[in-house]
Design a protein around this ligand. Structure first.
Ligand code: NAD
Length: 292
């Protein structure tokens, strides 16, 4: 090689070696994520994953006590600058609007919405009263509509694209015993995400969905009535449920909040820059089988 060329190559190798020694920039540095249900199991795990990648997070939840405890915990562990809490009832139109305004002023904008706040209820259809039906539709389908509408309005104003991740459920695609209201509302979320993916594409707004199977640990849903009813539907004791879900899955694994958070991180980051209108099932293979 001519002397100059050999020198250039050596110099280039040196630069490469230096780059490898430098800490990698965090993939969500400078981005802000608004997470509904942020004081719950999946919401908290997601917030932690996104903060780990350099994002600031706004945790929005209706449960004042859990929210205060979560904000305190995050502030202690990650510093006060990266986390804010906002009281939110996703079914209240004015509350959704004010929480977005508050959060975007606090952090100078929002880049990512994780729509995750939810409840669960279980009853055979003949015992599903109108109040239970309406509650599922309101919190899940309408709640997801209200927060994503506000995110779209803000994203269009910011002109920087945007990213929406819905946390629906395996039950949004498959039927589940004695949960017609919940399954229907979860299915509505999935279809809403597809519609929004179409509407947002031109402005660089991506919308994708994560479908968890049963996530027992860390989830508040699974500490209440739902857990009893799910056990009764499967003719099992409550403490047998986790093993039951593990055994029925193709991979013979349980799913944890951190597993859902990993899929949400993938969809919320540029790793999935070419995905929109898609679904990731985090279910240890359950969506492809007919086992219960
Ligand atoms: P969780 O109960 O731990 O968290 C849900 C959070 O949503 C709670 O903090 C709750 O206070 C909040 N919330 C409820 N109603 C609200 C409202 N009106 N406005 C604002 N916040 C509200 O449960 P999780 O397991 O973390 O569930 C998160 C999401 O994942 C839900 O949408 C749920 O349907 C979905 N999901 C959960 C499972 C599971 O097995 N845990 C499985 C599939 C899907």
């Amino acid at each position: 090689l001519p002397e100059q060329e050999a020198f250039d190559i050596e110099y280039w190798l040196l630069e490469e070696a230096k780059l490898q020694r430098m800490p990698k920039p965090k993939s969500l540095a400078g981005r802000v994520a608004f997470i509904t249900g942020g004081a719950g199991g999946i919401g908290r795990a997601t917030a932690e994953r996104l903060v780990g990648e350099g994002a600031c997070v706004v945790l929005a939840d209706i449960d004042e006590e859990s929210l205060a405890a979560t904000i305190q915990d995050f502030s202690n562990r990650f510093g006060q600058d990266v986390v804010r809490g906002v009281m939110l009832d996703v079914t209240s139109e004015p509350n959704v609007l004010s929480s977005f305004v508050e959060a975007s002023i606090e952090f100078g904008g929002i880049d990512i919405l994780v729509s995750n706040a939810g409840i669960a209820s279980s009853a055979p259809v003949e015992d599903t009263d109108l109040a239970m039906w309406n509650r599922n539709i309101e919190i899940l389908a309408t709640g997801y509509f209200l927060v994503s509408r506000e995110a779209f309005r803000l994203f269009r104003r910011q002109k920087l694209g945007g990213n929406v991740v819905f946390v629906s459920s395996k039950n949004g695609l498959a039927s589940s015993p004695n949960a017609s209201a919940y399954c229907t509302a979860k299915a509505a979320e999935i279809h809403l995400a597809r519609c929004l993916a179409l509407e947002g594409a031109e402005a660089g707004i991506r919308v994708n969905t994560v479908n968890p199977d049963a996530v027992l640990r860390g989830s508040k849903i699974w500490t209440g009535e739902w857990r009893e009813q799910r056990a009764a539907s499967s003719k099992l004791a409550v403490d047998e449920l986790e093993e039951h879900y593990r055994k029925r899955s193709l991979l013979k694994l349980n799913v944890f909040p951190e597993d859902i958070a990993e899929a949400i991180y993938f969809l919320a980051s540029d790793l999935s820059a070419k995905s929109t209108g898609n679904i990731i099932n985090v279910d240890a293979g359950n969506a492809t089988s007919f086992t219960r």
